[in-house]
Design a protein around this ligand. Structure first.
Ligand SMILES: C[S@@+](CC[C@H](N)C(=O)[O-])C[C@H]1O[C@@H](n2cnc3c(N)ncnc32)[C@H](O)[C@@H]1O
Length: 334
């Protein structure tokens, strides 16, 4: 298998930078009774090398690639529990969709067949949770996934680009052996503690779907740039279609980054809805520190992560804006 194929099927992206090891993550590692660092997806052994520099005398590695010098093991199927160990790993990431698109689905089908996840890194987390303690570098999309987070001690978003060969936005989870309520799961952005998971979960927006709002409608009156550009001045925003620097006749049903939205509203009201929506969005982003918006590959020029506004949250924001413009909304149901 060549290196490109190994990247596509085995997710061989190696963690050669160690700036993911923030002080609070190091403190967590030191607070555990573990004496062995264990990477069940060891690759080139970069994470075990970091473990040695922080004092682990014993390390253990597994990998599926028999050309690497580790115990050969399919860790997506089974990971043995190693007493007194802490898992420190960056497992493979691969969605069902991208496996099919890259033509490698057949070689990973067996993993998708045995789980309900649509990315194999989540199967890797499930396997690693056999252990009492662990640190895992995983896609940041995990935060918005339905995967239970009750074994976690913390989630840390790493904004700096960790890998030289992929721009995948990532986070680091630390877990121990106790189930806990979400108000005990700490969230960090880089080095900064920004709140507990319960606080952020309460801020999630769910639309009521009680107002006619149609996305990707070429005759819509509101355009939405649903993704931050790399220019911090040009963020996600609602606007009039003629203000969008993009040919909106290209809008398809599957457009997720730029869209045109149709509402039941008089032309003179549209600008008010746009203004309200933008203000609500700015407030939502400030209160949630952006972490409930999907991460988007590549950072802004100021180093912050680019974000994408999913259409459910966009709909919830538009509903609130619409209701503040039309307070007697109940008369205007679908
Ligand atoms: C993202 S790389 C990370 C390597 C290393 N943990 C690091 O951070 O540098 C994932 C590694 O998992 C290995 N791998 C992929 N599928 C595996 C499986 N089912 N069982 C064990 N190892 C696997 C790949 O060969 C690759 O070396």
């Amino acid at each position: 298998m060549d290196a490109i194929h190994k990247k596509q099927t085995l997710g061989q992206f190696f963690t050669t930078n160690d700036f993911w090891l923030k002080n609070h993550i190091l403190e967590f590692i030191k607070s555990t009774p573990a004496t062995i660092a264990f990477d069940p997806f060891a690759g080139n052994g970069d994470l075990l090398r970091v473990a040695k520099t922080i004092g682990f005398k014993k390390t253990k590695g597994f990998d599926l690639d028999s050309n690497l010098n580790w115990t050969n093991n399919d860790s997506l199927l089974f990971i043995p529990k190693i007493d007194n160990s802490i898992i420190i790993t960056n497992p493979p990431y691969l969605t069902k969709y991208s496996a099919s698109r890259k033509g490698v689905y057949e070689s990973v089908r067996k993993y998708f067949d045995i789980c309900k996840y649509d990315d194999i890194y989540q199967l890797a987390i499930e396997r690693c949770l056999i252990n009492d303690y662990g640190i895992m570098i995983i896609p940041e999309t995990f935060i918005n996934s339905k995967f239970s987070k009750s074994r976690l001690v913390s989630i840390t978003i790493i904004e700096d680009q960790l890998f030289n060969d992929t721009e995948n936005p990532i986070c680091v989870i630390c877990f121990d052996n106790k189930n806990k309520p979400y108000n005990q799961v700490k969230i960090y952005k880089n080095d900064k503690f920004i709140g507990d998971l319960e606080y952020f979960e309460k801020l999630r927006r769910v639309p009521h779907k009680n107002i006619y709002i149609k996305f990707n409608s070429p005759k819509g009156q509101i355009a939405l740039r649903a993704v931050d550009t790399t220019n911090p001045e040009r963020q996600i925003a609602f606007m009039r279609p003629e203000q969008m620097d993009y040919n909106l006749s290209n809008i398809r049903n599957s457009s997720r980054l730029i869209t045109v939205i149709e509402l039941n509203a008089n032309n003179e009201i549209i600008d008010k809805i746009i203004d309200h929506s933008n203000n609500l969005l700015i407030d939502f982003r400030r209160r949630t520190e952006d972490i409930l918006l999907s991460p988007f590959k590549g950072n802004k020029k100021n180093g912050e992560r680019r974000r994408r506004l999913d259409y459910l949250t966009a709909r919830a924001i538009l509903e609130d804006a619409y209701e503040s413009v039309y307070p007697n909304i109940k008369l205007r149901l679908l």
